[in-house]
Design a binder for this molecule. Sequence first.
Ligand code: SF4
Length: 406
Amino acid sequence: MYKIQSAKLLKEIMTNYFLGFKDTSKKIAWCTSVGPAELLRSFGFEVHFPENHGALLGATRTAGDLIPESSKLGYSNEICSYLTADIGSFLKKQTPLQEHYGLEGPPKPDLLVYNTNQCREVQDWLTFYAKELNCPIVGITPPRHVNEVTDAHIDDVSEQFKDMIPACEKASGQKFNIDKFRETIKLSKEATDLWKKVLWTATVSPSPISFFDATIHMGPIVVLRGTQIAKDYYEILLKELEENVSNKIGFLPEERSRIYWDGMPIWGKLRPMSDLFLQNNAAVVASTYCNSWVFDAFDPRHPFESSARAYTEIFINRSDEAKEKILAKLVKDFRIDGMIFHDAKTCANNSNSRFGMPQRISKSLGIPTLTIEADLCDLRFYSEGQSITKIETFLEQIESAKTVNR
Ligand code: SF4
């Protein structure tokens, strides 16, 4: 069975990342997943990402027990289940971090930092903790759903980055140092370039990495970007995948179809979902979810402006028109036969099927699309049997269309 060997090292890195929170001498910042991690690391903060914890609650299927706790406080079941699971975990004092890493819970923050480039939910989420933990909070509110990112957008967001400096200085006890900021941007840029190359190895058939693998291997680019550790890891992973490409070794020896996955993973069903596609010889090779941590714009010579650009031009923050252009290129580069849109009940922000995009894309690119309804963490919104039937039928149709056209 195909296995990515670097996964052992990945496990070690992620374990060390969590165990690092036992060192209470370090200042801690909480940051949203596409928030200004480089700026925070330049002040020496260790960085915790609540969404990463939310994904862990989803993947370990503990979210289901925790979400009702935040419902009692009035958080709707239909808002972000990362948020409701994470707040539920805080209220119930239960987290897989206890069993896996011997931590009581996420580390106590000295500063909370958000960027609403992905959604307003992150602001509400961290504001809850600001009140509960009596912790300072700062954030960036960039223009949303932009078609093209303009110089005016960059000026606005760069200034917002700069405005966070006094709060970072106060919470970290360190003065801002532009050279340290440049250095973390440089490390992030190197790691993100490697991560992009990792993902782009899947343009080859047979592909050495699937979307499902990538959701695991993206750990360091999410939680450790701006560090040497992340850069080193992606060098090792890329080398392994490139060797597999040279030796024509892929996770599916025979790819009968190549699929793009849109939106969030269904964390609690990652393995069965991966198996379902493998059993149908369908290679899920591309996504915009894993690409969310590809930041082409980082440039250490212009740390504020390039951070502003990198974090404003992300896929989730673009207009449908801009998104469709990005998708058209991915479909071409990855030779996609069909696209599956995950309509995640509790994340409208990362569900692109609600305003006619699948239909428009299907028409303009001439490829079939399928929408499945589920959720990132809340499995009450996922009908497994129905989804499996829909996916299998979709894959069969793609295969027979390919046979007819051969
Ligand atoms: S983008 Fe979606 S899943 Fe992520 S924090 Fe916002 S609402 Fe939650």
